[in-house]
Design a binder for this molecule. Structure first.
Ligand SMILES: [Zn+2]
Length: 378
């Protein structure tokens, strides 16, 4: 049974311990110490990382009453151990923030936290009821007020009698001694994780998004240092967009909307002009067959243009693209089955594509010169 130092003091960064066993496992060397400050994955909180002697601790997990450190090398005897405390502190901030947020949600809406996940980018909490946008905003504000009050976060170990009197949040039935995490006026919850000592250390709790999940909602949150990093990233983004659009930071969404409308109008006008231009280009086309090139037409344009051209000639082909990237093609005929042309075209010019008797589409990897040569054989 590993002595768990993090329950005595969650701020231990370095300690000395004795290696009790070290065995090669599936994911590395599995090291058990007589005592440890490394927190094993549990209750939604990831396992700690750091160093044991010269070996890197890749993960920490629980196995029965032991804490198993997954290491990249073998260790023995008396060892100096060091936690990646930046990671651990961030985990403590997020875990404690989750208590504050879920506790206040419970007081406001009365729903249970039925899922908790600390991911790389944010944490998610699942509640078994629908929390409205207004309620979320209120919970978020109250959560940050609780941070400003700098309330102690305590671990209490009640007797069975005391426990019966308490009203506390718990995700599952717990056997043996129950450890409650208590934040006065905010939360009381059975939890085995590590937390910061005061709510002030959480820093900030920010709701990112909410989505319907099962019969309730899944809320994504940014907490603590991760929230600060997220703020920096988003702030940089908004300022970059603001500079590009010459708009105030608080007006970038409006500016983007205006830009989108202008783009749509311009695209529409461009398509119209393109059609007019093509009509002009194909004005004098006549005869059995005709092939035209357009370097800026899309695959759809090529189809539309070939169709326009087919009103003038028997079989019409339009190739869009250039010699470097290859050409997209559309071949249309009102009279003939163009699928045979397609097969010959693909075979001669490393192409692919097909379609219906009166219209085929595809692409070829060949130069304009080769295409023109081929078209003479049609
Ligand atoms: Zn906890």
């Amino acid at each position: 049974m590993t002595e768990r130092l993090y329950y005595k003091d969650q701020y231990i960064k370095e300690f000395e311990a004795t290696v009790l066993s070290c065995e090669q496992g599936k994911n590395g060397f599995e090291v058990i110490l007589d005592k440890t400050a490394f927190f094993p994955e549990g209750g939604g909180q990831p396992g700690d990382r750091g160093f044991i002697g010269g070996a890197k601790v890749l993960d920490t997990v629980e196995k029965g009453e032991d804490v198993v450190h997954i290491c990249d090398g073998a260790v023995e005897g008396s060892v100096k151990c060091a936690l990646d405390f930046e990671l651990r502190f961030s985990n403590m901030q997020q875990h404690s923030g989750e208590h504050v947020f879920s506790g206040i949600q419970h007081a406001v809406c009365g729903f249970d936290n039925v899922g908790f996940h600390m991911g790389e980018n944010c944490i998610t909490v699942d509640f078994n009821g629908v929390v409205t946008a207004e309620e979320l905003a209120r919970i978020e504000r109250l959560s940050n007020e609780a941070i400003y009050k700098n309330i102690p976060i305590e671990a209490v170990y009640p007797s069975d009698d005391e426990l019966e009197k308490y009203s506390y949040r718990s995700k599952k039935e717990i056997k043996g001694q129950v450890r409650l995490t208590k934040i006065d006026g905010v939360d009381l919850c059975a939890c085995c994780g590590t937390h910061v000592a005061y709510t002030g250390e959480i820093g900030i709790i920010k709701v990112l998004s909410v989505m319907n999940y099962k019969s309730g909602v899944r809320v994504s949150l940014q907490i603590g240092r991760k929230a600060f990093e997220d703020y920096c990233e988003k702030n940089a983004s908004v300022y970059a967009i603001s500079n590009l659009l010459c708009a105030k930071t608080e007006e970038v969404a409006d500016a983007v909307e205006k830009l989108q409308t202008r783009m749509k109008d311009a695209d529409f006008r461009y398509a119209q002009l393109k059609k007019e231009l093509f009509a002009e280009k194909s004005k004098n086309a006549s005869g059995e067959k005709c092939c035209m090139f357009d370097d800026s037409a899309s695959a759809d344009d090529a189809r539309v243009f070939a169709d326009m051209l087919a009103d003038k000639v028997g079989t019409a082909a339009v190739f869009s693209g250039n010699d470097e990237t290859g050409y997209k093609y559309a071949v249309v005929s009102r009279e003939n089955d163009v699928r045979e042309i397609g097969k010959a075209l693909n075979a001669a010019l490393s192409g692919r594509g097909g379609g219906k008797p009166n219209m085929i589409q595809g692409s070829v990897a060949a130069s304009k010169e080769k295409i023109e040569e081929f078209w003479k054989t049609v």
